[in-house]
Ligand binder design. Sequence first.
Ligand SMILES: [Mn+2]
Length: 473
Amino acid sequence: MRQPLAFTLVNFVVAGSALAASPAPALTPAFFAAHRQNFVAKLPPGAIAIVRTAPETNVETSPDPYRPDSDFWYLTGFGEPNAVAVIRPWAPEGERYILFVPPRDPEQETWNGWRAGVDGAKKDFGAEQAFPMDDFARKLPELILGAKSLYYLDGGDAPFRERLFPVWNGLNPNATVPRPMADAGPIVHELRLIKDATEMALVRRAAELSAEAHVAAMREVKPGRYEYNVKAAMVATCLNGGAARMAYPPIVGSGRNSVILHYEPADKRMDDGAMIVNDTACEYSMYAADVTRSYPVSGKFTADQRAIYEIVLAAQKAAIAAVKPGVPFHTMNAATVDVVVDGLLKLGILKGTREEIIKSGAQRKYYPHGSSHWVGMNVHDPGSYGLKDGVTGPERYRMAATALQPGMVFTVEPGIYIPEGSDTDKRWWNIGVRIEDEILVTATGGECLSCAAPREIADVEKAIAAGAAPAKR
Ligand SMILES: [Mn+2]
């Protein structure tokens, strides 16, 4: 019989695909202990942290395997639902790290999988103490006794938080204001922003596997085939490479769907002459990738498709070239906007001067999103962009002030989308192009993790030509 551990921790130590270059590192309890140590170092003296994982999913709510909350997993490595971590740095040794977990239960395990149980939580996950989850409410008052402030994470389980607060405030029934408490999210998210060596290897693996999937997808492209053939090639490559799931719902849109930023149905026949935007990537061992390629169904760019594509590619390269430690996050977006505006002016799709257009934001008609976001355990990782309070909408792209540091990972993904009916020559209609890669900040610049997916026109055309198989449904 397999040990319970095999379904929890080892669940994330998936054997590397034979195809991909970077080996997957083994995740040890020390990896998570280091995250807890860094977290504790950021807590104020006397604080207690209570961290809940994500609510359980089932076949009705998600077709994918259960995914623990990213923050909870980052701190614990514990992959089962219905668990809570309690961290009390000020308590005596042996009472500082406590896990509440689903207890061993042969009948329940037969339905829903192996459990680590209370013993496994101590032995395999480093908990100094562990209890069945059902004991949490009863033990909570004694655990919070002596804590000066509460740092919590509810893992998306709002009822958990609502039950927690009255207990915390109930410690002093005479208080007229709530006792000090804060969302622990910003602290964990700041840590997650800088990837350690193991995390870098996982992000790299997710990006490389996704790049491999994009090559496989290009081989599926041919007039008469369907968007779902492209999507299926992506999903097959990710899962064959050991991904537990996709990093986000695949976006494969051709023709008029190529100008929809988040087109999900993938049910349309791919017609000769149309462009495809394929924004699809794998999640590997809890780390996401985010990669987009765009190409013509015919396998050969028309002059007009090429003209738009070359602007987007030049914009992406300009932004990647600008990456280095110390520059503010908005640098990449500004670099893409300059190139996109200049390119659209040259084609006559925008009119005026670069300065006027950027000031009025007129380019947003065809380039409506920002160039970059953090990537990590989540595809839109929650690290801070260094925005002042109240900055919303497209201003965010211009104002993101966080200075780049080695170990940060983000996308560079300019795009141009010209919907039918746009105020342009008809020949541009329904051309959508987005090129997206993941960049790791190094000591000297930016390293593209996903650029093994072809993006030069000649390379893209070659990759599509390599898959001249007969049309299928
Ligand atoms: Mn993205």
